[in-house]
Design a protein around this ligand. Sequence first.
Ligand code: SF4
Length: 432
Amino acid sequence: MNLQAMAGQLALLRTLESRAVRKLPPRALWRLRSLLAGERLTRIDGRYVVNSFLPPFPGPAFDALGRGIASLLAGRPVPVSAYIAVTTRCPYRCWHCSGAHRPEQSLPYALAVDTIRQLQDLGVSIVGFTGGEPLQRGDIADLVGAVDARSVSLLFTSGHGLTSECAARLKAGGLFGCAVSLDHHTAAGHDRRRGCAGAFCRAVDAVGESRRAGFYTMLQLVATPENMAEGEMDRYLGLAAEMGVHEIRLLEPMPAGRLLDGGAVCRIDSAQRERLRQVHRRTNRGGKLPKVEAFAEIEHGDSYGCGAGFQHLYIDAGGNVCPCDFVPVSFGNVRDEPLAAIWERMNRAFARPRRNCFLIEHAAELREAFRGRLPIPYEDVARRIDFAYRGELPGFYRKIGYRQATEGLLTYRESGGGRPVLSRMHGRRVGA
Ligand code: SF4
């Protein structure tokens, strides 16, 4: 074992500072440890970060994750992460915007703060602020400050508006991580994709501000066939290394938002998705370039699979609660009812973790239900989509010993009228 690996093993022992993690069943604890052992760790503010999908350890947010795993193993999945679109306002017009087709609005401050509290009461360990451009809100630092120590907060931004003053306010509010979208390694390439001249310079400056403020700093790239062409990805990774970011989040174009109705032209194919997985693995083995976290790898069936509505949720700027940032189906609105009730309803539909992306599998039905406005109410898609998943579990869940807690659980089925006919959860019946 080399020195770096030994240091990693020692660092992992600090996960045991969490009482909630120590109390996990031995099999889950052992598997969790071996899963983390293969990851590159970043030390920041005295804590270790595996990646932006897991809270740093040690600390209260990691405790929340430990409690979340215990709850999952007991058959009561809680959301690990939740992203809130605090506004739809944005100075850019990106070709792949997943927030498109939603009316222009912002989540009222008091409602946003109350929603954050409800999310944390549910057990969320990562709260992400997104948009639109979340920095278009003057009160974004206050919203970040509303997240108490039980969770860490992440900001997803184009970089527009991330001045040093803004970064200082976000730091004072307790922001942990900042992900800046950078769609290409050249100014011309990025500006074209953002629909705005000067976007590249602003993104690069924002990364600098994020680094200086001491945030866990990420780039976010939506990988297209074009930037997977020969040498292009290497140039992008090289630029990311020069900028000193900690992580690159590598997404693919999703049939959502602006791409919901015309997405077929920009989709990557399975061979290209496999290449993204290889970029993730190869880069992380090498250790010289920033960590790459490719969704193609993280959400692969052998890994964590699709967590939409099962361990992740998304709330749009109108208060609609959806399974993930890209699945435009609303299960209820935080303006109208408690988040816990909406989560239970959604989690009955997404009763099991899936090996494949729900959105990619059901894009055709969602397109059919799309009437020019998002999100689509659950009732409108329930007639077209059978939400129940009966396939094999993703690798992570099998490894930690998760089984459907109640094997006889009847998932959320729909009658011809689109109303739930029978639901039973956690061994008890719940009203439809
Ligand atoms: S639906 Fe697709 S994009 Fe959304 S969480 Fe699942 S795998 Fe990820």
